[in-house]
Design a protein around this ligand. Structure first.
Ligand code: F6P
Length: 366
């Protein structure tokens, strides 16, 4: 058993509902069970490199359980190994390796463990700091995309699915009134989990996901079949990372940023226009965007995040550094980070959830 007196905690990458619940659980477990202090690191790895921290006590975490976002701030542009160099006007002029500064903060702040809450990018960087500098890291996986290995689910996902499902429900009534095809684009990056689960929960007629490249002619066939059965409206749920068979990803914007150069977005417009051309039925598209990541976490996500926070502390006390907590079945277990991030967790095209949807007549456009 390792004596933990002081621990640092950071949230990196895109935010998601449940981050504050983890922070609260870590602070409370540290104080009540181990009489340990917690140091909050601002804006992910930026705060670690620049030693920008704040003490986190009971009062600081009081009332944050239902709050979305993260009280610590986050960033997906501050990779310690490729850190942005800015000129006097704040313009980026290049990158430099500032990983030694990150390690120095751990030393100066006398941190016995660094709890890194984040997606695959944050976990990979934390593990690199662990390997290169021996920083005692424990990872906590988060993302609405649900695409990290080592855990059956990430917190934030359930909330995103609930929001996306509500959007499908709302589009349903207007689609029916106007006899239109409504296309809803949801997030998920290169994984189709949100589209799949919200699509099924909202009764979508077509679900398009990155794991199953689609054929527009087959999507059109499904819509026409519905029309023949008197259904004059249809709902299509498309994941932002989906593409046609032999087609390209639809990218909203490419930026000069080594950590995240591709901003996905816009596939729903393509699908909406194409389906109108092919079927002659009027169509509209909606890009749900960051609404899926904002606001209060569901009860499920609060519980999962709280369990992760408690177990992150226990994992540190067990001395299992370079490990990430995760949900496996009904248990929380620690997995080496390297193993967890090795392969992204994608939807299995022949898995049970896809089979269930197909049995009910949902089309995946193939
Ligand atoms: O990884 C979470 C996520 O919301 C993805 O689903 C989406 O593609 C991306 O982040 C958006 O990132 P940003 O907040 O940088 O626009």
């Amino acid at each position: 058993m390792k004596r933990i007196r002081r621990l640092g905690i950071l949230t990196g990458g895109g935010d998601c509902p449940g981050l504050n619940a983890v922070i609260r659980a870590v602070v409370k477990t540290a104080a009540l069970r181990y009489n340990a202090e917690v140091v909050g690191i601002r804006d992910g790895f930026r705060g670690l490199v620049e030693n920008d921290t704040r003490p986190l006590g009971f009062d600081d975490v009081s009332g944050i359980l239902p709050r979305g976002g993260t009280i610590l701030g986050t960033s997906n542009r501050h990779n310690p190994f490729q850190y942005p160099v800015l000129d006097a006007d704040g313009n980026r002029t290049g990158f430099s390796d500032r990983s030694a500064d990150a390690a120095a903060t751990v030393e100066t702040e006398k941190l016995d463990v660094l709890v890194a809450i984040g997606g695959d990018g944050t976990q990979t960087l934390a593990n690199e700091l662990h390997k290169q500098y021996g920083i005692p890291v424990v990872g906590v996986p988060k993302t609405i995309d649900n695409d990290i290995g080592g855990t059956d689910l990430t917190f934030g996902f359930d909330t995103a699915v609930a929001i996306a499902t509500e959007a499908v429900d709302r589009l349903h009534s207007t689609a029916e009134s106007h006899h239109r095809i409504m296309v809803l684009e949801v997030m998920g990056r290169y994984a189709g989990w949100i589209a799949l689960e919200a699509g099924i929960a909202g009764g979508g007629d077509v679900i398009l996901i990155p794991e199953i490249p689609f054929d527009m002619n087959l999507v059109a066939r499904k819509i026409r079949d519905r029309e023949k059965r008197g259904k004059r409206f249809s709902l299509i749920v498309v994941a932002e990372g989906s593409r046609q068979v032999d087609g390209e990803l639809v990218v909203a914007r490419k930026v000069q940023d080594p950590s995240d150069p591709i901003r996905l977005g816009g596939i729903s417009r393509f699908v909406g226009d194409a389906i109108e051309d092919l079927t002659g039925i009027e169509s509209r598209y909606t890009i749900l965007g960051h609404v899926q990541r904002g606001g209060s976490p569901t009860a499920f996500d609060r519980l999962l995040a709280t369990r992760f926070g408690y177990h992150a502390m226990e994992t540190a006390v067990d001395g299992l550094f370079g490990h990430m907590v995760g949900l496996q079945g009904t248990k929380i277990v620690a997995t080496p980070i390297a193993e967890a991030v090795a392969v992204p967790r994608k939807v299995a095209p022949d898995g049970d959830i896809v089979k269930t949807a197909m049995a009910l007549g949902t089309s995946f456009g193939f």
